[in-house]
Design a protein around this ligand. Structure first.
Ligand code: DOR
Ligand code: ZN
Length: 423
């Protein structure tokens, strides 16, 4: 089977190639990239006026399988992913039970075959994500884990995190930290500030995130080990990380679209669909996170896709943290960063397609002869409105509901097959 993507505007940041090109795909792989190719193909997709990029790798996704498939499963997550131009996801370990053994990693690798996208498991740092006993990282790696994280929770005990970072390095696994000091965040349900005071609810202080980010930087420095900081939401945390990077400390980091788009003012609606952890912060944070994105301080933009059922999100105060994001990741980023003139598409591609794969060591992220044909094609200028009911995820808890976006995925290919087409 051959497919020709004709006349698209290719943005391949990994190979520093940008311009109007044809991409010829033979079976699972890209066989040629050239201008005005005159190759016969079983299917020709007219990509004139569209942008062609490597499929996105979203390295922060909660897939909910096993244990909570009423929220999401491999199939629905795959449908949501491809509708967002995402062809690879790393799934977090906070399932029920947690992914803390080689058997559970293998189970995910096997069952994830039913999904339209490539799924890479992140295993837990501690047994049952209980924070007291480390998992067997070597065995997890052998079973197919690409990283370890207790995401959803921090590893509270610094001594244990030290040990974990050493063992992760020995096993050749990346370790990802959800930075939160739970003694400080306590039972807070949103950012601590003027808005939480006005609503009379307990807040999550920015100090909770900042202090843990600093701890991880100290550990990475002292151990000469690498740490990846998940979902950075405060203006201080990104400054600390940038300072660390400038000192040569091995820290990488990510943020998510809601942190450079929305503030805690949204919570005045008393709608739990705006509650996630870390929480939406303040205007200055949005400003500084955006600036940091422009100044190449972030390695990755991820969705932190965290689906929850409607009934679970019904009560503003007691609902679980989390928002869906696979389908809005690219469109929100294009709307907020590209269409405002802040970032070129090439940098967005770097943060969504190239860097996550480099950090996880899973290969891919470019479009050249020989590479797996995992590709997203989008219309930079198509306007649409986020209607939760029309999204493909099993859960509808998006904090972008009603938002007008500019940029829409038209085709997604995984292993050379058109697995999504916007009709
Ligand atoms: O908002 C969040 N939701 N933050 C997390 O760390 C966990 C996630 C979830 O699993 O729902
Ligand atoms: Zn987290």
């Amino acid at each position: 089977m051959t497919t020709l993507l004709k006349n698209g505007y290719l943005v391949d940041s990994m190979n520093n190639r940008e311009g109007v090109f044809d991409v010829l795909i033979k079976d699972r792989f890209v066989s040629a990239v050239a201008a005005n190719m005159d190759a016969p193909a079983d299917r020709t997709v007219d990509c004139s006026g569209l942008t062609v990029i490597p499929g996105i790798c979203d390295m922060h996704v909660h897939l909910r399988d096993p244990g909570q498939t009423h929220k999401e499963d491999f199939v629905t997550a795959g449908e949501a992913a491809v509708a967002g131009g995402v062809t690879a996801v790393m799934c977090m370990a906070n399932t029920v039970p947690a992914v803390d053994s080689p058997e559970r990693v293998r189970d995910i690798v096997k069952r994830a075959e039913t999904s339209k996208v490539k799924i890479y498991p992140c295993a837990a740092v501690t047994v049952g994500q209980g924070g007291s006993e480390l998992c067997d990282f070597e065995a997890l790696k052998q079973a197919g884990a690409v990283a370890v994280s207790d995401d959803g929770k921090p590893v509270e005990n610094a001594r244990l995190m030290m040990e974990a970072m050493i063992r992760a390095r020995l096993a050749g696994l990346k370790i990802i930290s959800h930075c939160e000091d739970t003694d400080i965040s306590g039972d807070g349900i949103m950012n601590e500030g003027a808005v939480s005071a006005k609503l009379g609810v307990n807040g999550i202080s920015r100090t909770s995130e900042n202090i843990m980010t600093m701890r991880e930087i100290c550990l990475a420095n002292d151990l000469k080990a690498h740490i990846h900081i998940a979902h950075v939401s405060t203006k201080e945390a990104i400054k600390y990380i940038n300072m660390a990077v400038n000192l040569g400390i091995m820290v990488t980091c990510e943020t998510a679209p809601h942190y450079f788009t929305l503030t805690d003012e949204e919570l005045l609606k008393k709608d739990a669909d705006y509650r996630m952890n870390p929480p939406l912060r303040e205007f200055d944070d949005v400003l500084e996170i955006t600036k940091a994105l422009c100044n190449d301080m972030f390695d990755c933009i991820v969705s932190d896709h965290a689906p929850h059922a409607e009934r679970e999100k019904a009560d503003f105060k007691t609902a679980p943290f989390g928002v869906t994001g696979l389908e809005t990741l690219l469109p929100v980023t294009l709307t907020r960063l590209y269409h405002t003139g802040k970032l070129p598409v090439s940098k967005i591609v770097r943060m969504m397609c190239v860097n996550p794969r480099r950090i996880l060591g899973i290969g891919g992220g470019g479009i050249e002869a020989g590479s797996a044909a995992d590709i997203a094609v989008f219309d930079l200028n198509e306007n649409w409105t986020v209607e939760p009911g029309k999204l493909r995820s099993k859960s509808k808890n998006t904090c972008f509901k009603g938002m007008r976006l500019k940029g829409r995925v038209k085709y997604t290919l995984v292993n050379g097959e058109v697995v999504y087409e916007d009709k």
